[in-house]
Ligand binder design. Structure first.
Ligand code: ASN
Length: 342
């Protein structure tokens, strides 16, 4: 069975090549993809390319870009078997995490990739990332897509998107998924980790998109010496609705009186505080130490082993649904797209 894949190019380093005359880096025209990579014809896929307008460096990405991307996927959903999103690496984990929440009932592959070295540079990592991402997006097993979730492919590994973090500004293996195993490892063959892959629960789910994302989210990273006035000011920001609190170790924070009081006051004003660890790997267990227990007692929610990227975008998505407070909290307490392990 021949798959049809839509490549959506949003910008980033992968889309750069040297201009033949000036030598300067200029955006690569992905619509001429077969001219650049004739070997793509040998893959058993039909490829179309759409380029976002304007293409951006991913540091400029906003929730409005995410909404446009979700709409593009929805509008083309019936026509294609899978999607490859080419994105700058800097914020790829944020966009890909956001997409995992915004695309409700997804049953087809959406594979994010990009590169650290421009695609037009001889030593690029973009060529392999692109070709393997296309192959994964088109892969079927028994007539069903092999990876029907939002994933991120980089340097021989396919990850669940909302488990990833950009971990290096230099290494070609730029992404890591510290708390969840790769969905596939790529060597001579592509070895899919079948038990790790998420499958739709409904038989023939209808894709829906949620494009209303809440603002009013803040990330507060604890450090020894964080002062009361500063924390109070951060938690009193106008429009603030939720805080991702990056705590120490297994979800620990100071137990001193003012610290707990400032958090408690914020929770009393209806602000949601979600506890994740500032460690790369491991999880929050608030009952382990007294320093975590105090947070639990005042109503701080446990973020388990979520990344900052997943926590921020999940809050944007869940608060954007405008549900009553108890339902909002219930959605934050359970994994919606495999974003944490409870
Ligand atoms: N600044 C680029 C971006 O994120 C970095 C990259 O793609 N490697 O758009």
């Amino acid at each position: 069975m021949k798959s049809s894949i839509l490549i959506i190019y949003t910008g980033g380093t992968i889309g750069m090549k040297n201009d033949a005359e000036t030598g300067a880096l200029v955006p690569f025209d992905f619509s001429a993809i077969y001219d650049e990579f004739p070997s793509l014809k040998r893959l058993n896929v039909d490829i179309d390319v759409l380029t976002m307008d304007p293409v951006i460096d991913s540091s400029n990405v906003t929730p409005a870009n995410w909404a446009a991307l979700a709409e593009l996927i929805r509008d083309n959903y019936a026509r294609y078997d899978g999607f490859v999103v080419l994105h700058g690496t800097d914020t790829m984990s944020y966009t890909a995490s956001a997409m995992s929440f915004m695309l409700e009932n997804l049953a087809k592959p959406v594979v994010f990739t990009g590169s650290q070295i421009p695609i037009g540079v001889l030593r690029t990592d973009g060529r392999e990332n692109l070709i393997t991402a296309i192959e994964i997006a088109g892969a079927h097993i028994g007539g069903r897509p092999e990876v029907p979730e939002v994933s991120l492919y980089f340097q021989n590994r396919l990850f669940r998107a909302n488990r990833t973090t950009k971990r290096s500004a230099e290494a070609l293996s730029a992404f890591r998924s510290y708390n969840y195993p790769p969905l596939a490892e790529v060597g001579v063959n592509i070895a899919y980790n079948l038990p790790a892959i998420l499958h739709p629960t409904e038989v023939s789910p209808q894709l829906r998109i949620a494009t209303r994302l809440a603002d009013g989210i803040e990330v507060v990273k604890l450090f020894p010496g964080l002062g009361e006035n500063i924390l109070r000011a951060m938690l009193s920001a106008p429009g603030l609705r939720a805080v991702v609190l990056e705590t120490f170790g297994a979800g620990n924070a100071p137990t001193n009186e003012w610290f707990i009081r400032v958090l408690k006051e914020a929770i009393g004003r209806g602000i949601i505080i979600l506890n994740i660890t500032q460690c790369g790997g491991g999880k929050v267990s608030m009952e382990l130490y007294e320093t975590g227990l105090r947070l639990q007692e005042i109503g701080v929610l446990c973020g388990h082993d979520m990344t900052t990227e997943a926590a921020v975008t999940k809050l944007m998505y869940v608060l954007g649904l405008d549900l009553p407070d108890d339902r909002t909290r219930a959605l934050l307490r359970r994994p919606l797209r495999g974003e944490f392990t409870a």
